[in-house]
Design a binder for this molecule. Structure first.
Ligand code: NAP
Ligand code: ZN
Length: 367
């Protein structure tokens, strides 16, 4: 039965027990963890988590590679599930609706970015995990049985999208979709490069093809060529360490989406751009890049960054994905496989996104 709730301070102080897997320190090792979640507020929904994707950002955070991790840390920001409870003022969702929750669960709602539907660039945006809720509690992510979120920061998942392969769209999907649109790289008259064929990269190829864009994968792994061309539909494949191949492709791309998670050289990538071309950095490695002024001056090129997307654009991306059949290639795993999955992800050994089957495998890990 539908349960309407108010957000009186008395109710907000109550909590509901939640269960997930957390890392306790920068070893990143995950293990079972019981913790409190707040009561569902008037404008919030409680989401029963069904699947959660494993983003490389989860791995960066688990290992404290960005020097900001708060432990215990429950990762997970590629969350899909269904509404199990809703507050009295919720208008967007009904009980049982299929919903997605991505990287942010709040923002100031008043600044220029928030007013422009770019909550992702709000200086006060609150991360789904490793972020601090306005009541001072630490947020825990989707490697858990349920999550409570303001309806503004949840999106609807159309029935035509299979849930498990939709989960990675909530972070990887929007992170590649948004810059392709913003930087004018989506369309049949464009040729783009996608550097790094991992979670973000492979969805990037699929969105590019759905936009009608010509896309070349630039990869450090020659063994991914067949898959890139035949399974994902890329138009070309370059091995980034093959100087002859890289030289032959110089000056051919309107834009590049760089998703590499590790330190790497960007000068050869800038060389691939045509005049006015844009290299967009998505990979969140904290080491500084090599860059020379002349590499940009000659040809008026630019290097930019991009981070996820706003809530309106995230819904637009999900609807576009449903309409065009864009989905992730997944390896669906059980909760107790997560540490092995992290080891494999660190080595680039995943095709192309691990997704945890939370609904069917989490509860049995509770002793
Ligand atoms: P992933 O699945 O691990 O893919 C990263 C890919 O980078 C690998 O598959 C590999 O592709 C390539 N790579 C890895 N190490 C490399 C190296 N040393 N040299 C050259 N290439 C290397 O990771 P992901 O989940 O797609 O995330 C990628 C990065 O984006 C992470 O840093 C993550 O934190 C960040 N991220 C950013 C945003 C954003 O909004 N900006 C959002 C989500 C994630 P090849 O084998 O094809 O070379
Ligand atoms: Zn992510």
């Amino acid at each position: 039965m539908e349960r309407s709730l108010s957000s009186s301070s008395e109710e907000r102080e109550k909590t509901v027990e939640a269960f997930g897997w957390a890392a306790r320190n920068s070893s990143g090792h995950l293990s079972p963890f019981v913790f409190p979640r707040r009561e569902t507020g008037a404008e919030e929904v409680r989401v029963k988590v069904l699947y959660c994707g494993i983003c490389h950002s989860d791995l960066h955070c688990l290992k404290n590679e960005w020097h900001s991790s708060i432990y215990p840390l429950v990762p997970g920001h590629e969350i899909v599930g269904e509404v199990s409870e809703k507050g009295s003022k919720v208008s967007k969702f009904n009980l049982g609706d299929r919903v997605g929750v991505g990287c942010i669960v709040d923002s100031c709602r008043a600044c220029e970015s928030c007013r422009d539907d770019q909550e992702n660039y709000c200086a006060k945006a609150v991360a789904t995990y490793n972020g601090v809720h306005h009541d001072g509690t630490i947020n825990y992510g989707g490697y858990s049985d349920h999550i409570v979120v303001d309806e503004r920061y949840a999106v609807k998942i159309p029935h035509t999208l299979p849930l498990a392969s939709a989960a990675p769209l909530l972070c990887a999907g929007i992170s590649v979709y948004s810059p392709m649109k913003y930087f004018g790289l989506a369309g049949p008259d464009k040729h783009i490069g996608i550097v790094g064929l991992g979670g973000l990269g492979h969805i990037g190829v699929r969105f590019a093809k759905a936009f009608g864009t010509r896309v070349t994968v630039v990869s450090s792994t020659p063994g991914k060529c067949k898959d890139a061309l035949e399974t994902l539909g890329a138009d070309g494949f370059l091995v980034s360490t093959d100087e002859d191949q890289m030289k032959a492709a110089m000056g051919t791309m309107d834009g590049i989406i760089d998703t590499v998670s590790a330190s790497h050289s960007i000068l050869p990538l800038i060389g691939l751009l045509k005049s006015n071309g844009k290299l967009v950095l998505l990979g969140a490695n904290e080491k500084p890049f090599d860059l020379s002024a002349f590499s940009l001056i000659i040809g008026r090129k630019s290097v930019a960054g991009s981070g996820i997307g706003g809530m309106k654009e995230t819904q637009e991306m999900i609807d576009f994905a449903a309409e065009h059949g864009v989905k992730a290639e997944t390896e669906i795993i059980s909760m107790d496989y997560v540490n092995t999955a992290m080891d494999r992800l660190a080595k680039g050994d995943v095709r192309y996104r691990f997704v945890i089957d939370i609904a069917n495998t989490l509860a049995s890990t509770r002793s």
